[in-house]
Structures are given as C-alpha cells and as structure tokens.
Design a protein around this ligand. Structure first.
Ligand code: SF4
Length: 516
C-alpha cells in the first residue's frame, strides 16, 4: 500500500509543481511516453507531462519547441562494464549524433533524442542493467560513489554492494518518487573523499568505532549539503553507521525529507534548508525516532581531499593489478571513443570502465605486464593518462549549447580556455577550474580553485556573455566554498584574465603556498 502524503493536507502550501505531482506521479510518465507520446509524437505532449519527463531522466533540450531531448543515465558509483559501455555508445550513435557527456555525478548524458526513440532507448538500457529513470526529477538521483570501489588501496570498505542495495531500493520506488526537490546521495569509503560528501543532500563517509571491544569499519553521515544560488556544506550527524545499516539510515533521512521538507517555494525546497532550520541535533532526533537508536559518532577516516582526480597508472589493492586514470577533456567523448574504451577495458583490463565526478574515466584491473601496451594505444593520445595541467583540471556543465536554463556557453569555452592556459602558463601545480552556465551550479563552481559562473554584461554592442569569478573552493578537512571576486569578465577575455590571475599568484606566492 502506498504511503500517506501527510504534507498534502493543505494544498494552499504547495507550489505549482507539487500540485502537478499530486495529480500524476512523475514515474507514471514513463508508461505514457512508451504507450502514447512515442506513437503520437512531440506535438501530443502536454506541458505538465513535459515537466514530468525528468522522472524518465529526460529533459527538453534547447531550443524549446523543436522536439529534441537530453537524457541522463544513472551509473551508480560510476562503475560500468564493457557491455554497458558499448550499449551506451550504440545509443549515442543511433540516436544522439554520437555525443556522450560524462557528468559531475558520474552519469552519462545523451543529446538530440526524439520522443519516438525513447522506448527503444529504455529497452537497450534495461537490457544491460542501466536506467535513465529518476536520473532527474524530484527523487533520489544517481548515487555517487567511490569509482575505485573494490580495487582501492585507500578504501575502508568495498562500497559496491552497499551502493547497489541502496540504488535498488530507491529506483522506481513510489514511496520516494515524490520528494520536495532533487535529492543527491553519495556513499564512499575512500579516505580522500572522492565522492564530494559535503555537497550532497545525504553522504556516507568512512569512519571506525570500537564496539564491544572490536574496531568496526563503517560510516559517518552528513546531511543538507548542496550548491546552486545558496550553497550549503553538509552537516555531520552524531551517529556511527555499520555497513549493513546504510540502507536503513538512507530510508530514514529520505523519509524526513519527503515528509518534512518544504514544498511551498521551489527555490527553498532542498533538504539543505530544512537542515539549516532544524540544526543537526533536531534532525538526528527525528531520524532516531524513525529508525531506532544508533551508536554515537566514532573516528573520522577522511584524510584529505584529492578532488577525484586519478591521472596515470596506480597500483590496486590486488597485487599486480593497476588502474589507469584517463583525462576526458571537459567530459565529452563520442560514441566511437566509448566503444574503443570498452575494447581497451576488455583487452587490457577487467572489462570495467569507471566514470568520476571530475568528468574523467578509469580503466581497471590492468596487469603489470599489460600496462605499457595499453599506454601505447592510440586513444590514449586523446584521453591522456598524463594530461596537460589545465586541461586535466577543467570541468564544465552543459551550458547553452543544450541547456534551457543556461545564460552562456560553457563547454567549448572551457576547453579553449584550458588549452590557452596550457600554452601560456607554466605552473608547478594543478589548478581546478570549473565553469557553470547559470546559478544552478551543475559544474560545481563553488568547490573549484577558480569557479566561473555565467552571466551577461552590457557593452556598447549589446549584452554579451560574461563570467563572475570566484577563488579558493575546497572540500575535505577545512571545506569552504570559493569567494567571488569583484567585477565581471567578458567571455572572450576569460583566458587572458585567468592567465594574469595565475601568474600574479605564481610571482607573489610565499614558499610552500599552493593556489588553493
Ligand atoms: Fe544548465 Fe545551469 Fe546546470 Fe549549466 S549549471 S547545465 S547552465 S542548469
């Protein structure tokens, strides 16, 4: 039996989208797409259902009205096998003009899809155990995790089965398909916080605790993080969670969000606002009321933050095997490159390709004896294990090439700026540069060494693309968002302004001082 939506008692407290969701659950649109819209075509789609397409993982692409769609595919922890990668490449080739984007949540995005093609795409995904469902919408999205799960010398626990269990529970679960807003989780036991815990609605990070005289490896829990126009760092709760209790805690936190989260104003509906109002203690009390008593916090095992970069060849925890981190410039590849990655994964590794929140990929399970031959493969000239400094650390959201919310173009500009800086600036450290096309912050501008947020600026020739620049974002111990600098820089000038900024740092830094 479905749960009772206690928050729906007073419709005058619900925004327009809430009323739409009460009328028809977002998940119901999947059947309507398959049975009706894919047959009748784009013109038949109602405005309300077009909004519900997100629950199928599908957004209308820019420009609106032309019937082209973007689709996001969930990849829990970013772990794909080669068959899945080939299926993704085939979808991109058949329907998406060959374009494949890796997102900052380890997901994959297609563009240019038509509604008539969606049923076949859903089928092709399902055949290899992948889903676009609930990759967007007011529901639990892709679970971000440790892309090195199971092979990571720096992990406390292999989180693969935990992420699978939590993903299986929430995916298409109608008890949790109508949350006040999007809801982002991460589960990682990597000690370098490579799933960006502090910017998630709910995050599990590695911890230990002595229980009954035994040291137990488990997790600490963070709630209420998120970016956008009002960024919040998540707060840690005073509990310790054993691996087998992660799902229970995830259900408890998600239930609180569903039942007590704000539904009056869309821009004030994320979990972060509830956590900020309640504070972690009240939030924890409510959680314990729902799930029963839990042990108090143990010892944190986060040792730092490596921002999920893994360039080059690294030993796995399995002796004699390696993972190889490859740079995918601004997260964009084509179908043939993804097919080729699948071949390399089979021929040299264990058949696995992993995506990272830094929009890059890893090949895993490569025996020592095969490393050199892999490094000689042609594809690695483009997806380099030793990328140039700035290209290696440049992240970008989709921008106005496809995104209806974008104010400016980002992806191609980000690539050009990185190339420019690599040709002009000789620096002995990496500087993470993130571009976003609007305040929604899909490209996670706030956590970058240099974050650029798209805006417009008036010139004698009219309004032109510009960027606000912020510096000094960092996660892990001492986490803080970056600080916006005064002034706004025209899009065409970004490369030169960043060049001057970085050179100023280089010439004036004190010994041992790093950019961030
Ligand atoms: Fe679109 Fe804004 Fe997200 Fe960029 S940050 S993809 S412009 S919504």
């Amino acid at each position: 039996m479905a749960y009772e939506p206690i928050w729906a008692a007073d419709p005058s407290k619900l925004n327009k989208v809430e009323l739409q969701k009460l009328e028809k659950d977002g998940l119901d649109v999947i059947r309507t797409i398959i049975e009706e819209y894919s047959v009748k075509g784009y013109e038949a789609i109602t405005e309300d259902d077009l909004n519900r397409f997100k629950w199928a993982g599908v957004y209308e692409q820019k420009p609106k009205g032309e019937g082209n769609f973007m689709m996001r595919v969930r990849i829990p922890s970013g772990i794909l096998n080669s068959d899945q990668a080939r299926a993704l490449a085939e979808i991109a080739r058949l329907y998406g003009r060959g374009l494949v984007d890796v997102t900052t949540r380890q997901a994959v995005q297609f563009h240019w899809l038509r509604v008539e093609q969606l049923p076949d795409i859903f089928k092709r995904l399902e055949a290899v155990g992948l889903y676009s469902y609930e990759a967007c919408g007011d529901c639990p999205r892709t679970i971000v995790g440790n892309p090195l799960a199971g092979i990571d010398p720096d992990e406390l626990i292999d989180t693969t089965p935990i992420v699978e269990e939590v993903n299986r529970f929430f995916l298409l679960n109608r008890d949790f398909s109508n949350l006040p807003r999007k809801y982002k989780m991460s589960i990682s036991a990597n000690i370098y916080n490579n799933a960006h815990a502090e910017i998630q609605d709910l995050a599990f990070t590695p911890a230990t605790k002595v229980i009954d005289g035994q040291e137990v490896a488990g997790f600490h829990v963070w709630v209420g993080g998120g970016l956008s126009a009002k960024p919040h760092l998540a707060k840690q709760l005073d509990i310790f969670v054993r691996p087998e209790e992660v799902l229970k805690v995830a259900i408890g936190v998600t239930t609180i969000f569903r039942d007590y989260g704000y539904r009056e104003k869309r821009h004030h509906a994320r979990l972060k606002f509830l956590v900020a109002d309640w504070g972690p203690e009240k939030f924890l009390n409510k959680l314990l009321e729902l799930i029963g008593d839990m042990p108090k916090r143990g010892e944190d095992k986060i040792a730092g933050w490596q921002a999920a970069y893994f360039d080059g060849v690294h030993p796995q925890k399995q002796p004699g095997l390696n993972y190889v981190g490859l740079n995918v410039p601004v997260g964009r590849m084509n179908a043939d490159e993804l097919t080729e990655l699948a071949r390399l994964a089979d021929e040299y590794g264990d058949g696995s390709i992993r995506t990272t929140v830094s929009q890059n990929v890893l090949l895993t399970g490569v025996p020592d004896a095969k490393v050199d031959a892999l490094l000689r493969e042609k594809l690695l000239e483009r997806f380099s294990p030793n990328p140039k400094r700035f290209m290696s650390r440049t992240v970008s959201c989709t921008g106005n090439e496809f995104c209806n919310l974008a104010i400016v173009e980002t992806k191609e500009r980000a690539r050009r700026v990185a190339e420019y800086l690599d040709s002009k600036v000789d620096l002995d450290e990496e500087v993470r540069i993130h571009f976003i096309g609007c305040p929604n912050a899909c490209g996670q501008k706030h956590i970058a060494d240099i974050g650029l947020q798209g805006a417009l600026v008036k010139t004698p020739e009219g309004m032109v693309d510009a960027f606000d620049i912020a510096v000094g974002g960092i996660l892990g111990p001492g986490a803080k968002f970056n600080t916006v600098l005064k002034g706004r820089v025209k899009g065409d000038d970004v490369g030169e302004v960043l060049e001057q900024l970085i050179l100023f740092f280089k010439e004036n830094r004190s010994p041992e001082e790093t950019f961030h």
